[in-house]
Design a protein around this ligand. Structure first.
Ligand code: FE2
Length: 340
């Protein structure tokens, strides 16, 4: 009996200590960048709050959150696609994030209208073109990539990639099924080769003369230009950046965010909010800019010098949740038009 009572009280003490001293945050991360580790270390130094994170694919992490339910140790989920955040919201995994500091730190048009996720950075999925073989006056819109003048010249990665799926979702939302299906068939017939490799590989393929224009995420150009490998720098210097759909009556270039959602039962909610306030603040935003070459969610912060050199651009004002809402339709368009 005495043993039982001691055991009972030890368990009680263990749990109450655990609650009071939970000086940590647990993150499930799809992001795979070195800069994130640096940000979490900086936050830890400032606050004494330990940040733990595990990295895996989006669908795997969302599934894990669903299976763990109330017992999940995760406080935050971070990814590079508003579509996956929307999917998690639809799965009932998250709670709204309420903080005046975050609200004041982040551009209005990048926010979730329902308040379930917050952006930290954004990126444009833009065009790069060969300096030797393309005159920028030939370029205009994503829609124009269906023009026969691009036959055998377009490079892009596979349709299984979330960046392409988000782009197609945005086109579906903006143009409708019929127009986007026709567009996709024509773009596929203009491919320089079957889709393969990542975004960096498309730039390298232009440098190697295998195609003339490519659809890539903006930050990869910054990463190539600042690479220690001369071949990367040379590849990036063989192309220029073009923001599509910039005319007065056009909707702007497709963007996507990197963003965080808070799990429904986050065990360390207050700490997690503190981290998000820090990451959207000016110091951390500058750290992102100079390491990942993304654009800042905080409008008081400027992108890196390299990114600034491309000039400002108009971004598509589509509700970013559409990148998730139209995802299944987008995948069907890829399948029906032979975009591998
Ligand atoms: Fe990426």
């Amino acid at each position: 009996m005495r043993k039982c009572i001691i055991l009972f009280f030890s368990i009680l003490i263990f749990f109450s200590c655990d609650k009071k001293n939970s000086n940590e945050i647990n993150i499930y991360s799809k992001r795979h960048y070195q800069v994130d580790t640096e940000q979490y270390k900086n936050f830890e130094r400032l606050t004494g709050i330990k940040v733990n994170f595990i990295k895996a694919g989006d669908d795997e992490l969302l599934e894990r959150l669903k299976n763990e339910g109330k017992n999940s140790p995760a406080d935050l989920y971070v990814t590079v696609d508003a579509g996956k955040l929307q999917k998690g919201v639809e799965m009932g995994l998250f709670q709204q994030i309420k903080s005046d500091i975050i609200d004041n730190n982040v551009s209005n048009d990048l926010k979730d209208i329902n308040g379930y996720w917050i952006p930290i950075t954004y990126r444009a999925r833009l065009l790069v073109y060969s300096n030797d073989r393309v005159n920028p006056s030939e370029l205009s819109t994503y829609e124009n990539l269906s023009d026969a003048k691009w036959k055998g010249r377009i490079l892009v990665r596979s349709s299984s990639n979330a960046y392409n799926q988000a782009l197609m979702s945005s086109l579906y939302a903006n143009l409708g099924e019929k127009a986007v299906t026709e567009w996709s068939s024509k773009v596929v017939s203009n491919f320089a080769r079957d889709p393969k490799g990542n975004d960096r590989d498309q730039v390298k393929a232009i440098a190697a003369g295998q195609g003339d224009i490519a659809i890539v995420n903006s930050y990869y150009i910054g990463l190539l230009l600042s690479s220690e490998k001369q071949a990367d720098v040379d590849a990036a210097n063989s192309v220029s950046v073009f923001f599509p759909n910039q005319g007065d009556d056009e909707r702007g270039a497709h963007i996507n965010i990197s963003g965080f959602a808070m799990t429904k039962n986050a065990p360390n909610k207050e700490n997690a909010i503190k981290l998000l306030e820090y990451l959207t603040g000016e110091e951390a935003q500058n750290t992102y800019m100079n390491n990942s070459y993304e654009y800042p969610a905080n409008p008081r912060v400027k992108p890196s010098k390299i990114v600034q050199s491309w000039g400002e651009f108009k971004r598509d004002s589509l509700d970013l949740n559409a990148l998730g809402l139209f995802r299944e339709e987008a995948i069907k368009v890829f399948d029906n038009t032979g975009w591998k």
